[in-house]
Design a protein around this ligand. Structure first.
Ligand code: SF4
Length: 376
């Protein structure tokens, strides 16, 4: 299967939010120039010649933290090495703070056609708990400006399950997000990852997880409300207007291959997954020394590839096409974990419909439990 998707990681942010577990450096603007130099080398070494792709996703970090001239250099470099097919999807992650008209113009100039905006909440106290540096009002202004600059594919990210967040706050956040008429909405439950500031604060009792039932209701709320306004759920955390699903992320969920560039980025060629070093410094040092930035290589045998494909495929509301799965992996999904399969069908968390295996709505609440049984 040829590779037709590329992910590029830009690790710079104004500061590190307390819950953030991504590959990020804050307050090291001096590294932006060296990062761009190294990224160019990585593209050159990994690709050898310009590669045709259908999707490009620049994530972070905050890619739009780069100054306009740096952003221009990044996009020009990608244009030289990645040839996006006509009507290809070109996404860039952005935060409302700092996404000014000048940066928007640069993004448009280089063919970016999808902006994924880290809104998280329209409730100021919640934004403060999340340590975000924008205000709810700024989001509306930025979205208006993006529309004005011709962006017709806006994706907004929201977070629920934040300490202190109430159901009313969440409902209001969802409502205000909908008033901006995004083509795509992602809703993520806050997670506390080991090693983050939040994790330490949780252990010290300075932060408390919200009640599990409340968090469940918050997820249930978006599953109920969003489809009524034309944003259909197509993945556990993702809702979109028909035709505006994120094509890049669908590559992951369909276990298709992809390139990965930048610190912490992963690439997959269909059988082997390669993970770049997560430390920006080590990634830089290795590339400068002419060494590979890859720190972890995982060769997937047929069974592991099949198990992963179940886990990822079940994330999609459509589910897994059982005949296609059998053809591609030479396994029946059920044979990978027959007891769990039968148990989840009986409990109503999984269902088979028209040759598709999918999580039921009830099953989406316990997706991690279901999917982990297939990885074992
Ligand atoms: S803006 Fe996003 S990537 Fe940057 S530190 Fe905050 S959560 Fe992490």
């Amino acid at each position: 299967m040829p590779i037709h998707a590329a992910y590029v990681h830009v690790p710079f942010c104004v500061h590190r939010c307390g819950y953030c577990d991504f590959t990020v450096v804050a307050g090291r603007d001096d590294l932006i120039g060296p990062f761009l130099d190294a990224l160019e080398l990585e593209l050159q070494t990994q690709l050898g010649e310009p590669a045709p792709v259908s999707t490009i996703f620049i994530g972070g970090g905050t890619p739009t933290y780069l100054a306009p001239h740096e952003l221009r250099r990044l996009l020009a470099m990608l244009a030289a090495w990645l040839t996006l097919e006509p009507l290809g999807e070109f996404s860039v992650e952005a935060n409302p703070a700092g996404l000014d008209p000048e940066r928007m113009e640069v993004l448009r100039e280089f063919g970016v056609n999808r902006i994924s905006l880290g809104v998280q909440s329209f409730h100021q106290p919640t934004l403060q708990v999340l340590e975000r540096d924008h205000t709810p009002d700024l989001v509306g202004l930025v979205c208006d400006n993006l529309r004005h600059h011709g962006f017709d594919n806006l994706a907004l990210d929201l977070i629920y399950g934040v300490p202190g967040q109430s159901m009313a706050n969440w409902e209001e956040t969802v409502q205000l997000a909908l008033e901006l008429r995004p083509e795509h909405l992602s809703t993520y439950g806050l997670t506390f990852e080991k090693g983050t500031t939040y994790w330490g604060r949780l252990l010290r009792g300075e932060l408390n997880r919200i009640d599990e039932e409340l968090e469940r209701s918050m997820y249930g709320h978006v599953m109920d409300i969003l489809p009524r306004v034309g944003l259909d759920q197509y993945e556990l955390s993702n809702f979109a207007v028909a035709g505006r699903e994120c094509r890049h992320n669908q590559v992951y969920w369909r276990s298709e291959p992809y390139y990965g560039f930048g610190p912490g980025a992963a690439g997959f060629d269909g059988t082997t997954r390669r993970m770049n070093h997560r430390s920006v410094h080590t990634w830089l040092k290795r590339i400068r020394a002419g060494e590979s930035p890859v720190t972890e290589t995982e060769q997937l045998d047929r069974e592991l590839a099949a198990r992963e494909a179940v886990m990822l495929g079940l994330r999609q509301v459509r589910g897994i096409d059982l005949a296609e799965f059998r053809y591609r992996y030479h396994y029946d999904v059920r044979s990978l974990s027959a007891a769990a399969y039968d148990r989840f069908i009986t409990s109503g968390w999984l269902q088979e419909r028209s040759g598709l295996l999918q999580l039921t709505k009830e099953g989406r609440f316990v997706a991690d439990t279901v999917m982990s049984e297939f990885l074992a």
